[in-house]
Design a protein around this ligand. Structure first.
Ligand code: BTN
Length: 239
């Protein structure tokens, strides 16, 4: 069960980094590391994740259960979907997912996912801005970042949010092997911020432009270039 053990800390550098210390525990699968603040919160692609005290969810879920075939690739979309569903349930806000895993409300990013693989397990990092005020965000992300409170005018309880998140994630993880990820991908498509748009993908040194036309069964993005050629993008960042 996800969250059977929640290790709560006032402060840590990064819950994803700390999670590595717990991977060897016999009951590691489903263990959650939760911090009230992170001093070196990590985002994707080497970015930092703004983690002020008491304002958001900063947690890592350890998964060391066997995941077959595409299931490990679908972890990221699955947890993004779980966050989107939990947010919608508690706030009524419409949440879209920007490929690969940005959570978007009213065009602004309210959360993200950083999945890291260690030798023994997956570490699923979840960051959600619950109660941050807009003028608190660092200048470089201000304007394109928001929080649930700023978008809805309501305050959110961390524990309640976590409970919803674990229920949704558990449900989605049980569904994945049953239908090979079809329902998860259909749900991702239905709430995609990306599909149908002309996008620019930066993947390491490579830059690709095209229309986002679909997803592969492993969650990778299908991009149709100017000449009509379809390219499968496994990782990268949309601009
Ligand atoms: C992103 O959108 O770039 C991913 C953000 C992930 C942030 C979370 S907060 C909890 C966990 N610990 C970290 O250091 N990062 C993830």
């Amino acid at each position: 069960m996800i969250g059977h053990t929640v290790i709560r800390l006032e402060e840590t550098s990064s819950t994803n980094d700390l999670a590595r210390d717990f991977i060897e525990n016999p009951d590691a699968d489903g263990t959650v590391i939760l911090a009230d603040r992170q001093t070196k919160g990590k985002g994707r692609l080497g970015r930092s994740w703004y983690s002020p005290p008491g304002k958001g969810i900063y947690l890592s879920i350890i998964l060391n259960r066997p995941l077959q075939g595409n299931m490990s690739y679908l972890l990221c979309p699955a947890v993004s979907l779980a966050i989107a569903q939990a947010v919608e349930k508690l706030s009524g806000l419409k949440v879209l997912i920007k490929w690969p895993n940005d959570l978007i409300v009213n065009g602004k990013k309210i959360g993200g996912v950083l999945v890291e693989k260690s030798r023994k397990a997956f570490i699923v990092g979840v960051g959600v801005n619950l109660n941050t005020d807009l003028d608190e965000f660092p200048e470089e992300i201000r304007g394109r970042t928001s929080s649930l409170k700023s978008e809805s005018g309501k305050h959110y309880d961390k524990e309640e949010f976590m409970r919803e998140l674990f229920v949704e994630f558990e449900r989605i993880m049980a569904l994945l092997p049953a239908d090979g990820g079809k329902e998860v991908l259909n749900n991702i498509k239905a709430r995609s911020f990306t599909l149908g748009k002309n996008v620019r993908v930066v993947d390491g040194g490579a830059i690709l432009n095209g229309e986002a036309i679909g997803f592969e069964s492993d969650g990778s993005l299908l991009l149709k270039g100017a000449g009509g050629k379809i390219v499968n993008i496994k990782s990268g960042e949309l601009e």
